[in-house]
Design a protein. Structure first.
Length: 255
């Protein structure tokens, strides 16, 4: 990862990240996607898609490195890619069925009906056991590694109550020629407060959040919007169960 030290993750647009992550899910997690598509669920039911970091490394090692190094930036895009990958699988299965690609696929389309699950979270597993992302003890995790992904083994010694947390809200640019939709996320370092955007994130002056939803207007992430009018979209607030845990090093690793 040393070669990535001077890399600015925002030098690549969210659309390019999503395309790469969607391609990975379609190639490596097809069975999971199809199982999610055929599942029955209510409109507010949450789903998880488990993605292997080992598979992502084989698919695109540079992309895997950036996901691990900038998870707060790229995991929301990974979640959006899971939605786009579901939409792509529905189109693929529909075309194959109409072309007579196989009786099994025809039955899959007819019963049950496929549907995209939009409340979906990508969960990463199978992280590589290398020094860049692993620590043998909790004490070896340093402040410089805040907002990166680190794996460590330990024992849970205390759990707090499960509470509801407003995890994100969706906003829309008020400019008629833009209409870009984006999300802001709760900041754990600020008591899980949700920042209020003051301008369209496509502006040149920088944004308070990284856009993850595709644009609904004529701009899709490459234009330079100057609007300072944004509106919160009603009914697009995501709430999650939130719980704090206290972790202690494994007994055999205690001094």
């Amino acid at each position: 990862m040393d070669k990535e030290d001077d890399f600015n993750p925002r030098s690549i647009g969210p659309l390019e990240y999503r395309r790469s992550l969607t391609s990975f899910l379609l190639e490596c997690e097809q069975k999971q996607l199809d199982a999610i598509l055929v599942g029955h669920a209510g409109p507010r039911e949450a789903h998880a898609l488990y993605a292997s970091v080992s598979d992502l490394i084989h698919f695109d090692p540079i992309l895997a490195c950036r996901v691990l190094r900038y998870p707060r930036l790229l995991l929301p895009l990974f979640n959006q890619s899971a939605i786009e990958a579901q939409d792509a699988r529905i189109k693929i299965l529909t075309v194959e069925s109409r072309a007579g690609a196989g009786q099994q696929q025809k039955q899959q389309l007819q019963k049950p009906q496929l549907s995209t699950k939009r409340r979906i979270t990508v969960r990463l597993l199978h992280l590589p056991g290398i020094d860049a992302v692993s620590r043998p003890t909790i004490g070896q995790i340093h402040s410089s590694e805040v907002n990166t992904m680190i794996q460590v083994a330990g024992t849970i010694v205390r759990t707090g109550p499960v509470r509801m947390l407003e995890a994100s809200k969706q906003y829309e640019c008020g400019a008629a020629k833009c209409g870009y939709r984006f999300r802001v996320y709760a900041d754990p370092e600020q008591g899980n407060a949700l920042p209020v955007p003051k301008c369209c994130p496509l502006g040149a002056s920088g944004s308070q959040s990284f856009p993850v939803a595709p644009g609904s207007g004529t701009r899709t992430g490459t234009s330079n919007c100057k609007s300072r009018v944004v509106h919160e979209m009603e009914g697009h607030t995501d709430c999650v169960d939130y719980q704090e845990i206290k972790l202690q090093d494994l007994p055999e690793r205690l001094p």
